[in-house]
Design a protein around this ligand. Structure first.
Ligand code: FAD
Length: 417
């Protein structure tokens, strides 16, 4: 008999993936501890958008989603405001969210809501993991402060530079996208900005976008500008001035949004991932969630969302499983991967490809690319129809709730197989 029923699952890293995993485990009655290297979870950055599966997952794992963000109707346009694509959701999503299934909010608000839902005794701060040893019947987790614990299951939710993944599988190299994004948010809305719209505009070389946000009952707007930028090149010295110079190529409200944003609400990120998503995530008594296995360009606007949904599925697939029973655990983790690998891999690929198409096409080809985007249904089909349909299908695959998985037939249909 190799059952170790009383020790909690150890989730490493309190970002969106880790917090969601801990909440989902707790919701189905699995003892869990969430270990974070910092004293408290820290919101990485300032702005975020969530697709419907993430909102549904948050609701199911006990997060208060009431008025959590601005539900936005979303369009892709060129720099002169010609609409190239409208993001369309299937009727079931429209019934629930209107057509604005894509929501905008601030990252600190998302973290606050998720952390508020965590029972006090789950999160353990100041616990940087520095050692993982899978002994077969249990895993030993060692911390920088010299302490250690044992657990029947480790979930590595420790982000793009995952120590856990490095220890278990080795880490593939960083893939530089050679892009950077500067973004911010303001509640000082200029004329022409509708806080229930997301407008994603592209010129020949730059993306300049804004979406509505809601924060503590207030309407506001988040914005970002994105351009090709060598991954090793230092950041511009003055982020606001740089963002303003890029925004001027676009309709007036874009530069006004930047101008209205306090410097402390402006951040910059170089864009990178770890290449293709691995086909197998789990090894022995260790599995993964979030950026640790599917770091994604913000072109997907879905990295945090996918991380949250990973947590939901870990709760659902491990519900009722005797974690001490190695074959039963293996079977449950295989099921989790079946539900997650294909979808997340497709999203990581699509996000990378969009970044290349919009920012790394050789100059002589750009007029042709833009003629295709302006005058054909190509972009509509890709980002307006098929990708929102693929993401919305996750809602079916998630089933009615954490304790009620979707029938296998619905899961297959949702994945189009
Ligand atoms: C510019 C930008 C815009 C984005 N926009 C969106 C968006 O609109 N929508 C969206 O869904 N996603 C977006 N993303 C992606 C999203 O931010 C990430 O996918 C998400 O944060 C991943 O969550 P995670 O929990 O896996 O990892 P992280 O958020 O990186 O969290 C990992 C946690 O693990 C902790 N940790 C690390 N190592 C250790 C250790 N050894 N021991 C203990 N703890 C450790 C860290 O401190 C951290 O708290 C964007 C990303 C960027 C860069």
């Amino acid at each position: 008999m190799n059952t170790i029923p009383s020790e909690p699952v150890a989730v490493i890293g309190a970002g969106p993936a880790g917090i969601a995993t801990a909440l989902a485990m707790h919701a189905v009655g699995i003892p869990v501890k969430l270990y974070e290297r910092y004293a408290r979870p820290r919101a990485a950055g300032n702005i975020v958008n969530l697709w419907p599966p993430a909102v549904q997952a948050l609701e199911q794992i006990g997060v208060d989603v009431d008025d959590i963000g601005a539900f936005c109707e979303t369009e892709f346009r060129n720099a002169r405001d010609k609409v190239r694509a409208r993001v369309l959701f299937p009727p079931s999503v429209v019934d629930k969210y209107g057509n604005g299934g894509f929501i905008g909010l601030t990252r600190p608000d998302l973290y606050e809501r998720m952390v508020d839902a965590l029972p006090d005794d789950i999160l353990v701060g100041n616990k940087e993991v520095v050692g993982i040893e899978d002994e077969g019947r249990r895993v030993v987790v060692r911390f920088k402060d010299g302490s250690s614990i044992t657990t029947p299951l480790v979930v590595g939710a420790d982000g793009i530079n995952s120590f856990v993944r490095e220890s278990v599988w080795g880490l593939p190299p960083i893939r530089e996208h050679n892009l950077h994004v500067i973004g911010g948010f303001t509640f000082d809305l200029p004329a022409g900005v509708n806080p229930r719209e997301a407008i994603l505009r592209h010129s020949r070389t730059i993306q300049a976008s804004h979406t509505g946000i809601r924060s503590k009952g207030r309407d506001g707007s988040e914005w970002w500008v994105l351009q090709a930028w060598d991954g090793q090149r230092p950041a511009p010295a003055d982020l606001k001035a740089h963002a303003l110079s890029l925004a001027r190529e676009f309709p007036r409200e874009m530069a006004q949004l930047v101008a209205n944003t306090p410097e402390e609400h402006i951040f910059r990120w170089p864009i990178r991932d770890r290449g293709d998503v691995p086909k197998v995530w789990s090894k022995g008594r260790v599995t993964f969630a979030g950026d640790a296995v599917h770091a994604t360009s913000p072109y997907a606007a879905y990295g945090a969302g996918m991380s949250i949904v990973d947590g939901y599925f870990l709760g659902q697939t491990l519900n009722g499983v005797d974690l001490g029973d190695a074959p039963a655990l293996r079977k449950a983790l295989a099921r989790y991967e079946k539900l997650r690998v294909e979808h997340t891999a497709g999203q990581v690929k699509l996000a990378y490809m969009l970044g290349r198409n919009f920012h790394h096409v050789p100059a002589p080809m750009r007029p042709l690319r833009d003629a295709i985007f302006d005058h054909t249904k190509f972009l509509q089909k890709m980002v307006g129809d098929s990708n929102p349909a693929e993401i919305s299908a996750q809602l079916e695959i998630m089933g009615p709730d954490l304790r009620t998985p979707a029938p296998v037939t619905a899961q297959r249909a949702g994945r189009g197989i």
